[in-house]
Design a protein. Sequence first.
Length: 256
Amino acid sequence: MRALILPCLFACLSLGLPANAAQASEFQNVLVTDVSKDQISIRSNYSGETLLLFGAIDTQPYGEADGVVVVLRGPAQDITLRKKNKQFGIWVNGPAYRLGDLPSFYAVASSRPVAELLPSARRAELGIGADVLKANNLDANADAEREAIEAFLRLKQQANLFAAQSDAVEIIHGKLFRAEINLPAGMPVGAYTTEFFAFKDGTLIGYQIGELPVDIVGAGHILHEAAYNMSLLYGIFGVALAVFMGWAVAIIFRRS
């Protein structure tokens, strides 16, 4: 029985680490982390807010960390972009680029520029930085893929759904840290992922992952569920309501 319990215990301890970190036999996770809210509730008057992400670093195993990176990642969406072409003075739809599953929201905060902490190949392995995102299902050459990804990033940044902040993680006395990430009013709903990384001389020494639910509450929740899960009934109700309102306005003005 004891021989069975020990492997299970070690397997559970490894669940919170990236695969390459869990495989390191001498890896000691130096991070303890938390967020200011365990759920984001969106109501009809929601105008955005600031989320605080914080934690502590155990400096005993490796000394002070060189840098800390915090990532907030939204639920994945199957993205398809369509390029606009101008023909005879008119903008028409051109070829479609199916990019596959990409984050609907992505924010990175770091104590130093992430390019100074890690090379791009290593950042791609850990999923740090919007610039290392790649299309999953795009059947196109490298230039077309880069153009499609750049267009996707540009659209997300314009909507305040993608952000990167260097020097945004404050490390206090080498042991405590805090970061703030702005949540826009139009953020998608779903299960968000929080990730915390600590690095020393380019090596990952700490990692924590968590989940942050973002849900619509109140009357907006009912309308959201109806629009996405009962679209036919929602459409019929919308048309019926419009007809009724038009008839009511006509009756009111006829009497006056």
